[in-house]
Design a protein around this ligand. Structure first.
Ligand SMILES: Nc1ncnc2c1ncn2[C@@H]1O[C@H](COP(=O)(O)OP(=O)(O)O)[C@@H](O)[C@H]1O
Ligand SMILES: [Mg+2]
Length: 270
């Protein structure tokens, strides 16, 4: 077996961990840039999307790439999943509790309601890129206008300050089964903790498990990996902030056994 680990030119500390797990399972692995023109994707038994973290401003090209790869070999997750999941408008259609969002499409008026604090972000993003938090309505509107003027869909949400106390919960599923969870640090906080890369393990509550499983049931696809990112609304109810089915960081390097579980799940799907 030969597997491609789809990546970019930059750091990713899961990469060597998964490649090593593939070797332990007797498979050959190679890290390949998604946009490497010399890559021979058909020569792999499976192509596993992991860290193509520079596609954000070239998302259409990336989706086209996924379909092209899938026409010649197995792609994880599937291209149809990637197509839907790389644009956060999927949050509107899932039928699960999400963060209340005011959507603004190119060509639409930007007029925001008064609220305490705004988060303004593009529907296609990762790593909080082009994401703004502000208490000033005019500043929020200006950022939303910049996004739609650039042809992007803007999302406007209330700032949920629970991300700084309880924190966001990322639940990682491998081959459809819960594997591990982490408490993620607030990315838009005024004060970034000194050890902001520390992401402690977390035991999700029953309400979080129930929502994560509802989300995955709504997707209704066989997924090699999934990361369900949850917050809590002011009343305490869990809500989906993001469903990562394309290029989630999976905390493999700090979760014993997870890379082997992913490898087993991959092998059973081939
Ligand atoms: N409404 C919000 N309230 C508080 N923090 C937010 C909100 N939206 C985004 N954030 C912060 O920004 C980060 C990135 O936002 P997210 O919606 O997950 O998009 P992406 O990860 O694709 O950039 C979140 O992990 C969170 O820390
Ligand atoms: Mg996120």
């Amino acid at each position: 077996m030969r597997f491609a680990y789809v990546t970019y030119d930059g750091p990713d500390d899961d990469r060597e961990v998964l490649l090593a797990a593939w070797r332990r399972a007797g498979a050959e692995g190679a890290a390949v840039r998604w946009d490497d023109p010399a890559a021979d994707w058909d020569s792999f038994d499976a192509v596993v999307v992991r860290s193509p973290w520079d596609y954000i401003l070239r998302r259409d090209q990336f989706v086209e790439w996924a379909h092209k790869v899938e026409s010649g070999t197995r792609l994880f997750n599937p291209a149809s999943v990637i197509e839907r999941n790389t644009d956060k408008t999927y949050l509107r259609d899932l039928g699960v509790p999400t963060v209340p969002t005011h959507w603004i499409h190119p060509g639409e008026q930007v007029a925001l309601p008064h609220q305490a604090e705004y988060v303004v972000k593009p529907a296609i993003s990762a790593g909080a890129r082009d994401t703004l938090r502000t208490a000033d309505r005019a500043t929020a509107e200006a950022h939303a206008r910049d996004l739609v003027a650039a042809g992007r869909v803007a999302m406007v949400q209330p700032y949920l300050d629970m991300v700084e106390t309880e924190g966001e919960t990322s639940m990682i599923y491998i081959g459809g089964r819960f594997s591990h969870a982490r408490r993620r640090n607030a990315m838009l906080a005024d004060v970034v903790p000194a050890d902001h890369r520390a992401v402690p393990a977390r035991d999700p509550g029953p309400d979080q498990f129930a929502l994560a499983e509802q989300v995955l049931a709504e997707v209704g696809e066989d997924l090699l990996y999934a990361r369900v990112d949850l917050v809590r609304l002011p009343g305490g109810a869990p809500a989906l902030i993001e469903l990562e089915l394309t290029e989630p960081y999976l905390f493999l390097s700090t979760t014993p056994g997870a890379a082997d579980r992913l490898t087993t799940a991959l092998l059973t799907r081939l």
